[in-house]
Design a protein. Structure first.
Length: 448
């Protein structure tokens, strides 16, 4: 054991206040940055894969969607597995398998082999978001869950920030195959670190002091995942979002009968579809429509994900600190603003600076409410049932992410990019309509 590790453990045993949960948060960010990069690299490699294997737009969209379909299939089984066995072992294994399938994609010698490996990658990576949100739910008090979930979802967008310039450099130096070989390496190392450091619950960790454990468990009861207290000044907002006190969904059957769960699932379906279209198709759009060079395309393609990192962090902080843990307002705000930004992209300029700025703002606005989707069920469930509720919502999101890239390919084969952006604007508006029907669970709603 190193001196630093021994120092942390001694501090925890002595009962002094520690902040080891932020080490866990940092590891969450690193792990999911790598996982997000493993899925996002396909968008950069896609123009060159299509050239080698002679794919149509629809076939290319299907290749992207296969990963997301498998990812969606893995969500609910993962929720049940985490609920029964805990996070630690399953999560590390999933991360190792994610790295293995990422490397195998680079060995593909035919479209069929690539499809098989992409499907395998989706099954392997599928458990990761449920494992992370379950870890956040166990390791952080309610006042920090929104910010930490925003950090987690920022990692989902920070991976795509790194991917375009790195992939452009790799392609210039060698070929698209090496993108997948090199991206496979970090996940194996991080899976080992996770297994060693992150226990299922902070009470099991030698690095978490009794004082920190008491802080983590503050404002929590045995039943409610989140207990919310709010000032009187939010009365007008609570009336608008239909805030109410909700009994915790303490059984799986109650989760599957809850419109609040299904409504947030459908809203996430449309928003994740938009995100995955931008992730998979923006590099192709920049090369084929805007005629950017590889390196110029790499930097402009990063812009929406730089904005997404900012948006997720700001959204999580705003939800926790400014509107006292309300989640629904941010979902609605993101849906409405994204609809306008998708419409604005129809007339996007060819200038890299202005187009990059537009994509950057799109990333901020679209992701301002993204963390709210994963935090929202924490206010409806118990700690035991949250993995199931989270997996249902994430399944809906990933199914939307699977459908939209394929539909985009079909639209491009029949129409143009203007039609694609109109389709995405309509999807965002549908999300807004659906989210408006769900309630906001709070502990002490004002009825006057």
């Amino acid at each position: 054991m190193s001196q630093n590790t021994a120092g942390i453990e001694t501090k925890a045993i002595a009962g002094k206040p520690t902040k080891f949960r932020w080490v866990v948060a940092g590891l969450i960010f690193l792990v999911y940055t790598v996982a997000a990069a493993d899925r996002a690299n396909m968008g950069m490699a896609l123009p060159f894969i299509r050239s080698e294997f002679q794919m149509s737009n629809t076939e290319a969209g299907a290749l992207v969607s296969l990963f997301l379909l498998a990812y969606a299939i893995a969500q609910i089984p993962s929720g049940f597995a985490f609920s029964k066995f805990g996070v630690q072992k399953i999560f590390s294994l999933a991360m190792i398998m994610t790295s293995i399938f990422t490397g195998l994609i680079g060995t593909s010698s035919s479209p069929l082999m690539m499809k098989i490996y992409r499907f395998g990658l989706g099954l392997a990576e599928g458990p990761l978001p449920i494992g992370i949100t379950s870890t956040i739910n166990n390791w952080f008090p309610p006042r920090e869950k929104g910010f930490t979930t925003g950090l987690f979802l920022s990692a989902a967008k920070f991976g795509p920030v790194l991917v375009p310039p790195l992939c452009a450099l790799i392609i210039q130096m060698s070929s698209w195959h090496y993108i997948f070989y090199l991206f496979a390496l970090p996940g194996i190392f991080l899976s080992i670190i996770w297994y060693i450091l992150v226990k299922n619950h902070p009470s099991e960790s030698p690095y978490c002091s009794p004082a920190e454990l008491k802080y983590i468990e503050s404002e929590q009861s045995d039943q409610k995942t989140v207990v919310q207290k709010r000032p009187y000044t939010l009365k007008w907002l609570d009336q608008f979002i239909r805030a109410r006190k909700a009994d915790p969904l303490d059984t799986n059957s109650r989760i599957f009968r809850s419109w609040d769960i299904w409504g947030s699932t459908l809203g996430y379906f449309f928003m994740m579809g938009i995100t995955n279209v931008l992730l998979a198709w923006i590099p192709t759009y920049l090369v084929t429509v805007k005629h950017f060079t590889i390196m110029k395309m790499g930097f402009v393609a990063s812009a929406p994900w730089v904005g997404a990192v900012v948006g997720n962090m700001l959204g999580g902080w705003f939800s926790d600190k400014v509107i006292n843990k309300r989640r629904k307002p941010l979902m609605m705000m993101s849906s409405l603003s994204t609809a306008f930004m998708m419409y604005a992209l129809i007339s996007a300029p060819n200038d890299p600076f202005f187009l990059g700025t537009l994509l950057f703002m799109t990333g901020i606005l679209m992701n301002f409410g993204f963390s709210a989707y994963m935090v929202y069920p924490m206010g409806l469930t118990t700690k035991k049932t949250f993995p199931i509720a989270g997996s249902v919502i994430n399944t809906g999101g990933q199914l939307g992410g699977a459908c939209a890239p394929l539909i985009t390919g079909m639209i491009l084969d029949a129409y143009s990019w203007d039609a694609v952006f109109m389709f995405l604007a309509a999807s965002s508006f549908m999300s807004l309509l659906i989210i408006s029907t769900i309630t906001e669970p709070v502990e002490d709603p004002l009825n006057t």
